[in-house]
Design a protein. Sequence first.
Length: 237
Amino acid sequence: MAVDFHCHILPCLDDGSRDAEMSRAMLDEMASQGVSSAVATPHFYPDRFDLGAFLEKRRQSLELLGTVYDPASHPKLYLGAEVAYFHGISHSDRIRSLCVEGTRYMLIEMPFSRWQKDVIEEVVNMEEELGIVPILAHIERYESYQKGSTLPFLIENGVLIQSNASHFLEKKSKKQALSMLKKGKIHLLGSDCHNLTDRRPTLGAAAEELLAAGYGDRLEEMYELGLRLLSDAKPAL
């Protein structure tokens, strides 16, 4: 019951799938790897997009995907977004519609720099101010910029952490990925797939690596958490 919590599978929307046929092939590949549920998380940049226009484009993209989606063989699909952090995010009521539909969980792309105190506080305050639980996307891309106390502080305050499958597959990062997982610094997995070439679905390969390294229990815990977070979510198709 593998859960992919981060993918760019909606066609003709962002820098992910270029058309419906590519989306279909990506879903086929996910299914072959044992992925049972996937959260579609197209990029949302508040300084570039009008929220209403984005939601309409996302609806149209989902409609296009529906022409090739097979509920009998493809992973169950849920709608969300990968929301780029912005100043004032913890007070922005308008972004509630970017949570995974039917839930209070939101994937956040953080700044690729050291996070200052005000940024960290904003993320932590999202739950208290908006009732939104943030999930930090692909933590491996900015973890090295942060103070050693930053990630534990965020986790202690209810922030969830997502890591990409590639983090466990690349030789230069695999050791770090397993160390973070062992220390409880990774809660969810995502393929962050964009296409069928250099950024294809790889959750299955990552699962094999984790099993081979003796982390089968942790893998199961991540999948179970993903399913719990989606228990009240509204399937997109």
